[in-house]
Design a protein around this ligand. Sequence first.
Ligand code: TXA
Ligand code: MG
Length: 318
Amino acid sequence: MAQLGTDIKEAKIRLQKGEVVAIPTETVYGLAANALDEKAVSSVFSIKNRPSFDPLIVHLANHSSLENFCQDIPKDFYHLYDVFCPGPLTFILPKKNVVPDLVTAGSPTVGIRFPRHPLTQQLLESLDFPLAAPSANPFGYVSPTNARHVEQQLGERINYILDGGDCEVGLESTIIDLSAGEPVILRLGGLSLEEIQAVTGKRYAVQTSSSNPKAPGMLSSHYAPGKKVVFDNMEENFRIFKGRRLGSITFQKNVSGIPLANQWVLSPNGDLKEAARNLFKCLRETDETDVEVILAERFPEEGLGRAINDRLMRAAAK
Ligand code: TXA
Ligand code: MG
């Protein structure tokens, strides 16, 4: 069973030996291994049951060693880096040969991220290799936002979880593809489109559909808890599923006709950041109840609301 702790040295020694260690980030917990060690990286895929076509993000403390791993880095990168990094933004860039094809699922590009959780920052600074890390959940399931979540699902498959408490953002990083021509957003996440656009003054195309071969991990049925989730059209779904044990996930308000114990209100004060932080924890909690169907409402299509809707839609597609 995995040990939980805050010992960076312990995590470092294990990673140096080629072990897989769970790490906290500001978005969600990651399942990390030496990105340059193919054997360690292949353990990450097998521990998660992740298909090999789905590439991993490579994590660095800062951009000082970036040119060892990437080439043709555009100006937009430095512009965004200066404002948002470390933070919940992943850059897709052309890779160099040292990055194993296993990490990028054969793609000539690599996803690079600079996480801002202090424990993981210190860990990355102490290592002389980057960390490849997908979210620390079994493939297709909701991402973990605290160390207990990791322990519950993967505790028997790994030895150490670096415990950094609850994740501050609670949604995976936003992914921006800077590898060819105009930048494209491949995943809506913990950094809002509005914030990115305000900095660069550009409007970006958003291509997050599951059929997009550029983001092979964006399957339509991702981020799903064990329960049936139905998204949007609350009133209609309430009628359709009447008679079943219902639960609800809403932004600010309760729903009449559903027992209060089965209602998850993500932010009574209407703060989308707070709602984002609570989303995955609440999806997990639904699994511990006898609710049969979760009615999830559509959140405002702005700020982090877009990413919340994206995750709820995928949870409902299962
Ligand atoms: O916030 C996050 O990004 C978290 C933390 C742990 O850093 N990581 C995370 O990793 O969410 P994961 O593996 O669950 O999701 C990574 C996504 C996948 O959908 C994958 O397809 C995409 O990133 N990705 C990675 N490398 C890519 C590449 N070279 N081109 C296109 N998409 C890529
Ligand atoms: Mg994931």
